[in-house]
Design a protein around this ligand. Structure first.
Ligand code: HPA
Length: 254
């Protein structure tokens, strides 16, 4: 099976001896690292570009997802760093979100600007891929995880105010800047998508001070565990997934 992995940081320990290719898309060329894990072909994209410098509001979301689609990727595992808005979810924990709220402002949200396509987002994260992630988090020693959570996407690049977090925490659990529109575009291309979120900090107002450096440090510290979870998950992805991700588009077009 062809499996995509998208992250904002390197997962160098996991993608061994990759072949670097450029995938041409209508939205620009996307750098993809291709490698093999047992019988699977893995396609890795850094959502922030090859040099990892593109800020969240400028990420080429359409290009990244189209590069997966053009490579015939069926499943995407997304890795994201998030802040926690709940005391029950602590830095270094993992969250496998089941739903999202979109508070982005200026991103192109769809591949379909010239026809009426309304994809169903009742279950935005593929239930089958989520199950695989959850099962493998359980198996990995040292992975404290939460098997559901609502991911709120902000526009960034600034972090939130304490009052925003107080307000958002009434209806969401974790906050990040890149989950949307990536997940929506994957559904528009019929790709199964689930996310492993790494909690890198308590969100604004819930800890003294927040630095981008700290987010990066905690991610790096968790990278070996992320690699183990990914490896197990990829081994256990069900080829005949019992989900509607692939079929949704046919029912979404007017
Ligand atoms: N807010 C938004 N995005 C983030 C955070 C946060 O606190 N931590 C990591 N990504």
């Amino acid at each position: 099976m062809k499996i995509g992995i998208i992250s904002g940081h390197s997962i160098a320990n996991f993608i061994k001896d990759p072949e670097k290719i450029m995938v041409e898309t209508a939205f620009g060329d996307i750098s993809v690292e291709v490698s093999r894990l047992e019988e699977h072909d893995l396609f890795f994209i850094n959502r922030h570009g090859e040099k990892s410098v593109i800020p969240p509001h400028k990420v080429n979301y359409l290009g990244n997802v189209q590069a997966f689609a053009s490579s015939h990727v069926e499943c995407v595992l997304s890795i994201g760093t998030v802040g926690s808005m709940k005391n029950s979810i602590q830095p270094r924990d993992f969250v496998i979100p089941h739903d999202f709220i979109d508070l982005t402002k200026s991103r192109q949200q769809t591949f379909f600007d010239d026809k009426r396509v309304h994809v169903d987002m009742t279950n935005p994260y593929c239930p089958s891929l989520r199950d695989s992630l959850i099962k493998n988090c359980k198996k990995v020693h040292g992975a404290t995880f939460h098997d559901k959570g609502v991911y709120l996407t902000t526009e960034g690049p600034r972090l939130e105010t304490a009052s925003e977090i107080n307000y958002f925490s009434k209806f969401a659990d974790i906050v990040g800047m890149t989950g949307v529109p990536e997940i929506v575009l994957a559904r528009e291309r019929g790709i199964c998508y689930a996310s492993l979120c790494v909690v890198c900090n308590m969100a604004a107002g819930l800890q003294n001070k927040l630095t981008a450096d700290e987010i990066s440090r905690i991610y790096t510290e968790r990278e070996p565990i992320i690699s183990k979870i990914l490896q197990g998950t990829i081994d256990s992805i069900d080829e005949k997934r019992n989900c509607n991700c692939k079929n949704d588009l046919s029912k979404a077009t007017l």
